[in-house]
Design a binder for this molecule. Sequence first.
Ligand SMILES: C[S@@+](CC[C@H](N)C(=O)[O-])C[C@H]1O[C@@H](n2cnc3c(N)ncnc32)[C@H](O)[C@@H]1O
Length: 231
Amino acid sequence: MSATTHDPTRSPRRRGPDRDHEMGDDAAFWDKIAEEYAASPVKDVASYERTLERTRAHLSPSDEILEVGCGTGSTALRLASDVAHVTATDGSNAMLEIARGKAHEQGVGNVRFAQSMLPDPALEERTYDAVLAFNTLHLVSDLPAVLRNLANALEPGGLLITKTVCLAEQTRLWAIPLFVLRLLGKAPSVHLLSFDALETAICDAGFEIVEMGDHPAPRNRFVVARKKPTP
Ligand SMILES: C[S@@+](CC[C@H](N)C(=O)[O-])C[C@H]1O[C@@H](n2cnc3c(N)ncnc32)[C@H](O)[C@@H]1O
């Protein structure tokens, strides 16, 4: 593993004005609902525990890991005692503020929270043993670019562990209510992924899938994928 002292919060961003605008809207949406999100209970506790259990099965006490889209930090804090260090990032500063408060309350010292909007070239300035993305990849506007970004933040052989909402699995009619809610400022931009589209995008970014699961069913895909060595 290689490491630098780079802080993603200080990185210049390389992206166009339109994407900046969309990301700014989304960060503002998540900032606005951060308190409500923190207060809402996990909907399916058994599936969440299963996701944690399957994630832990791939981690080692010496691992340094990155979690992107960490929200209010619940998962990073639950996994902190299983690894050496967690860098947990999110686009929303309000989410991160809550996460830092929880880390302080729980006395967890090996998690660093930092603001970072995906895709973020700064994430590639060091590498990790595993990158986690839970309930986040369906929210990014350019999934292939984000997956390449996360691959570049991994050692060859490093793991991408993700659980992703795949709304296209049942019906694409989701697009209508989501569009209306987005117009009303009550939903972020969401991409209607299918299981196949997610798996293909992960493989196209240079990974081989080593485990898949459906927790919680029926619209979520848990995937563990290993970064292939560069030819
Ligand atoms: C549904 S929440 C999931 C939070 C947490 N991972 C969980 O499972 O509870 C999605 C999170 O992704 C963050 N997010 C959305 N789009 C993002 C982007 N492009 N870059 C970084 N974070 C993003 C939001 O701020 C939010 O905290």
